[in-house]
Design a protein around this ligand. Sequence first.
Ligand code: ATP
Ligand code: MG
Ligand code: MG
Ligand code: MG
Length: 483
Amino acid sequence: SALSASQIREAFLQFFEGRGHRRVASSSLVPQNDPTLLFTNAGMVQFKDVFTGREKRDYSRATTSQKCVRAGGKHNDLDNVGYTARHHTFFEMLGNFSFGDYFKADAIAYGWEFVTKTLGLDTKRLAVTVFNGEGGVPWDEEAFELWAKQGVPRERIYKLGLKDNFWAMGDTGPCGPCSEIHFHQGDDIPCAEVTAGRACQGVACDCDRWLEIWNLVFMQFERKEKDAPLIPLPKPSIDTGAGLERIASVVQGKRSNYDTDLFQSIISRVSELVGKRYTQEDGASMRVVADHARAAAFLIADGVQPSNEGRGYVLRRIMRRAIRHGSILGLNELFFFKVVDRVIELMGDAYPELRDSRTFLIEVSRHEEESFRRTLDRGMKMIDESVAKLKQAGEKKLSGADIYYLHGTYGFPWDLTEIILRERGFEADVEGFWKEIEKEALKNKFAGSGDKAVGAVYQQVLERVGQSEFLGYEGVGHEGEGS
Ligand code: ATP
Ligand code: MG
Ligand code: MG
Ligand code: MG
């Protein structure tokens, strides 16, 4: 039978250990050296300073299975969750890294060997991409030829542009072209392009037909100043990332990450609580609950607590979104901590920090649901009243000030308000809401002094527009970005 996700994780780490890589533990979801980065969102984050040469390690090759969260900040997959088969807020990224040691030829050979030999994926269903030279940087002919040498048919090596196949650490610093490995899941999978009467874009398409499983970044240039020309690095490096959930889905012959052994038992816990069978067709809410329970468990275990600012606010949004989906499913009693408990059971072997703080994780989850449910009804009543008023006035959009009021008084995260309005056939003036937030942030900024002054809402603005844009000056740091 097919490999389990734990077996895949272990096979990956062993494969690279066998090729001279040091097995390094996942770092925390809360980045240690980068206050501008909301959450660790890729395997390379803990090695940033090693790549730039600022920090030395006693190894030049590493392999990890890294806890990642992509909710908020530049990489924000929150809205996709439940609706694509491949995006999560929390996921595990498998990676191999070379710090000025091996480069493209070995990275490509290792990647291909692992997917075709170790995992035994059908080569006929694999395709790869290389950088096409958009924006004046030369196209990656070297990578193209290296893939061809591995036996990938030339017509299945696609050339893509800056958006998908070029990576940069920030406006300055190391950067370079990437190659992605994709797996063909089938052309009978619905594609929004086709539904709209256009052609599916294949590996470049946003749909689930071709699944991106692995990204290989070739750090071979450096940019000294913003927009300055690229300088070749004397010792190029390798940074790769493969989503464990996606690898598990193709290895286990599933078309959705949610059908793998990483999710099955969490989904069945939700389905048990709801008293309804899970189906792909109308399972979006169950998927949201399952995904968000994982994110909540791992974030709380790494020291984040639901709150009204910064990381805590993102966590609160995730938890309240899950609880709201729970009530859509008819769960009117506290349930979220029970799903979180299942996550701990399932993942506690691989991540002992979950088991170590089990009581705490459950308490925080239960408490957050209690306090949210206390205001949920009142908040819903206010939304109903607002909707009635909008109807009367023949309007479609709830004002930013009203969304702000719900946010402050009832603890309704703006995106939750937006979802509820959308369900009722109305819209939310999210831009207006952010203007209110910015007004308050500025008020605080000028009213007080030092860091505290910009405290409460500053992080929210930061998360949205980035520090330089908000404060109106540059060079105070960049939004960190993974592979
Ligand atoms: P996509 O184009 O599908 O959004 P990406 O190009 O943003 O993926 P990368 O930044 O290249 O992803 O990250 C490396 C790998 O991590 C991807 O190839 C994929 O396997 C996995 N991955 C990325 N985002 C997610 C997510 N939100 N949930 C699960 N796995 C993910
Ligand atoms: Mg993405
Ligand atoms: Mg991509
Ligand atoms: Mg990618």
